[in-house]
Design a protein around this ligand. Structure first.
Ligand SMILES: Nc1ncnc2c1ncn2[C@@H]1O[C@H](COP(=O)(O)OP(=O)(O)OP(=O)(O)O)[C@@H](O)[C@H]1O
Ligand SMILES: [Mg+2]
Length: 335
């Protein structure tokens, strides 16, 4: 199973890791194409970090197999280590050192001579917008700066595969955008990125393919479009001219779409899911027919849109719970 023949950076089959009674990873199959960002999306406790640690050779699997660029993560761990790098959920740079000191130290540990280490450090600090903070101790960095220096530290030697474990958890929107730009730049250099995230919009922004995991299992896998299509073709949003017409409009829509129609808090707004499965074209036709029915019924529609379902809706449809409920609800579901 070589990379040349499969084009895969990662391939796992039935990967398992247990901690006592907990099956943290419960038979995971993944196929991650080289040169892409692959998203592993799941709530707290889903098994993301455990999966990443096994792939990065930091944890030994209890079952199944995993290959990274064709190398077995257990039998050929050294070969795997030579090609991967990990930016963990909990970072590893030294708080008391400055940005420059951290990067130079790590570059020296990787075998760079001092001038080369300094040059690489300066280059990365510049690329990550940290030049002004280069001389400050990392403990004085903001959360976003901290995350950027962590990623910088993990790509001192450009890895073939970079694991980013929840790189933006807890960051403000601006800092998240900066990290996203960095991820895009890293991939543009040819590195494959396996990104774990709890944020659906992050996977949506960055990843070409996504595996949704919940309770140690892959519950859905595919391109973003495929995942969205698997839960329904789209959602119709309507705004009426007259709030008094809403009950009648809802009735007509329900019949025309054969779907649940929701009344939004806004008294003129209605939404409905179209097409239980299948393609967007069917959804557009269905929505068009519904609009015609509304017009025939004397309903004035001010605004209409047909959108793809969000990944949040995808997650809800797949798991029966939303991404934020998972922590508390897990035991009940597992029982
Ligand atoms: N070292 C450990 N010992 C015991 N249980 C563990 C250990 N590491 C993880 N677990 C358990 O395994 C499950 C999966 O944990 P993991 O950290 O992989 O989840 P995660 O998807 O990374 O979650 P988060 O989004 O919170 O980081 C959880 O139930 C967790 O409590
Ligand atoms: Mg984790």
């Amino acid at each position: 199973m070589s990379t040349q023949t499969t084009g895969l950076a990662i391939e796992t089959a039935g990967l398992v890791k247990t901690f006592g009674e907990t099956r943290a990873v419960d038979g995971v199959d993944l196929a991650v194409p080289a040169g892409t960002v692959y998203g592993v999306l799941g709530p707290n406790g889903a098994g993301k970090t455990t999966t990443v640690k096994m792939l990065a050779t930091l944890l030994r699997p209890d079952g199944g197999e995993a290959h990274v660029f064709g190398h077995d993560v257990v039998r050929e761990a050294d070969a795997v280590r030579g090609r991967v790098s990990l930016t963990g959920q909990y970072a590893s740079v030294d708080e008391d050192l400055t940005g420059t000191e951290n990067l130079v130290l790590l570059a020296r540990l990787l075998g760079h001579r001092k001038p080369a280490a300094r040059e690489r450090a300066a280059q990365l600090l510049e690329a990550f917008g940290l030049t002004d903070a280069a001389g400050k101790q990392v403990k004085n960095y903001s959360g976003g700066m901290r995350r950027r220096i962590d990623i910088a530290a993990s790509i001192l030697n450009t890895p073939d595969l970079l694991f980013l474990d929840e790189p933006t958890t807890g960051l403000d929107p601006r800092s998240r955008n900066q990290v996203w730009d960095i991820v895009r730049a890293v991939v543009a250099q040819g590195t494959t990125v396996l990104l774990t995230t709890q944020y659906l919009d992050e996977a949506d922004q960055l990843a070409s393919r996504i595996a949704v995991i919940d309770q140690g299992r892959v519950i859905a896998e595919g391109t973003k479009g495929e995942l969205k299509a698997s839960v329904g073709a789209g959602t119709v949003h309507l705004r009426l001219r007259d709030p008094a017409q809403r009950p009648e409009a809802a009735r007509i829509l329900r019949l025309a779409l054969d779907a649940e129609v929701q009344s939004e808090p806004d008294p003129v707004a209605l939404t409905a899911r179209v097409g239980g499965a299948g393609n967007g074209q069917g959804a557009a036709e269905q929505a068009g027919r519904a609009l015609a029915e509304l017009a025939r019924g004397g309903i004035t529609v001010d605004n209409f849109s047909l959108g793809q379902p969000s990944l949040d809706e995808v997650f809800l449809a797949l798991t029966g719970h939303d991404t934020h409920e998972a922590e508390g609800g897990q035991d009940e579901v597992a029982a």
